[in-house]
Design a protein around this ligand. Structure first.
Ligand code: 5GP
Length: 346
């Protein structure tokens, strides 16, 4: 046994210090980013915020709205080939820049994305998503996927440490997904004791990835636009959101009415609800590591998106970053007590 005593921080442990700025208004801030990737020769331009590949969030309906704003959706892996084909018939060519097809590491998953990509070769992004990106099997699957799809932009995760970020990049990932345990409906930290404070995970994984020419996604733990700004400030290239995009018209999950108030169901992808729906129940050898909640119905997602983008533009204005790209360089975090932060985020 060993104890690491270095301080590790989450979003709630810091705030961003304002800096002198020549910007007059948040309308002068550009959130568009342009990325080149480590393996794929494709370029990408857009606002690097993503809907999570959860069946309550990463829906085709969500993607249709987000893509118009140049935001990204990792489409969940439970759509059939027929559903993919009929949906993609309706989209314009730009749309392919803003969606990923998602897969786990099973043989059936690999065959399924093979069919989806063969039928829709314009798809550019593949998201390989497992709860624990530290397994040898996962790395082998990533290598196999890279070999099969040399031109695609491959997202792989989740991990939380620099050395594993490097390993995934060297095994073929263009973008590494970072986050174990911070998710709003995740119970991994409670059920297993495993996890890593998200802000530190971003700082350490971004440093490792950028050293190799790779990119990272901060996945999980953002519950306010301020958290999204902190994730970018810490060095994340993309930020993935689950809970903040749940509960909308375009989200999946059942709409429930209780005493005249509307709610939408939102659940973790390894919750009992998800496993009952997609895997015929929770296998005996495992515990569910996700919970099911009812979130107040929030209406159309576009208003939430505009609120998030407005918040980040304002962060950029406070620190003098005219482009999102400059936010990390202009960020100085100050440590605060959690209590202090809660007062300010109310
Ligand atoms: P949020 O934005 O809601 O805080 O976090 C979303 C992320 O939580 C997802 O992208 C995914 O990485 C993670 N997640 C989703 N479902 C589950 C689950 O059932 N268990 C765990 N451990 N993580 C989950």
């Amino acid at each position: 046994m060993r104890i690491e005593t270095d301080l590790k921080l989450g979003f709630k442990d810091v705030m961003i210090r304002p800096k002198r700025s020549t910007l007059k208004s948040r309308s002068e801030v550009s959130l568009n980013q342009n990325f080149k990737f480590l393996h794929s020769t494709a370029n990408w331009t857009g606002i690097p915020i993503m809907a999570a590949n959860m069946d309550t969030v990463g829906t085709f309906e969500m993607a249709a709205v987000l893509a118009k704003e140049k935001l990204f959706t990792a489409i969940h892996k439970h759509y059939t080939l027929e559903e993919w084909n009929s949906f993609l018939q309706t989209v314009n060519p730009d749309f392919y820049d803003y969606i990923a097809v998602s897969t786990g590491t099973g043989k059936e998953d690999f065959e399924k994305i093979g069919k989806i990509i063969t039928a829709n070769p314009q798809l550019k992004f593949i998201c390989i998503d497992v709860a624990n990106g530290y397994s040898e099997h996962f790395v082998q699957f990533l290598k196999q996927t890279r070999k099969q799809y040399p031109d695609k932009i491959i997202i792989a995760g989740n991990v939380v440490t620099g050395e594993m970020t490097e390993e995934l990049l060297l095994a073929g990932a263009d973008i590494v997904k970072v986050g174990i345990g911070p998710g709003s409906v995740c119970t991994t930290r409670v059920k297993t004791g495993v996890g890593y404070p998200q802000l530190s995970a971003i700082i350490e994984c971004a440093d490792a990835a950028h050293g190799l020419g790779g990119h990272i996604i901060s996945d999980g733990g953002c519950s306010t636009p301020g958290d999204v700004a902190k994730a970018f400030g810490a060095g994340s290239d993309f930020v993935m959101l689950g809970g903040m995009l749940a509960g909308h018209t375009e989200s999946g999950g059942e709409l429930i009415e209780v005493k005249g108030e509307k709610f939408k169901q939102f659940y973790g992808m390894s919750s009992k609800t998800a496993m009952d729906k997609h895997a015929g129940g929770v296998a005996e050898y495992r515990a569910s590591e996700g919970k099911t909640v009812q979130v107040p119905f929030k209406g159309d997602v576009i208003y939430t998106v505009l609120d998030i983008l407005g918040g980040i533009r304002s962060t950029c204005t406070y620190v003098g970053a005219s482009r999102l790209k400059e936010l990390t360089k202009r960020t100085t975090f100050i440590r605060v007590s959690e209590q202090e932060n809660q007062v300010f985020t109310k």
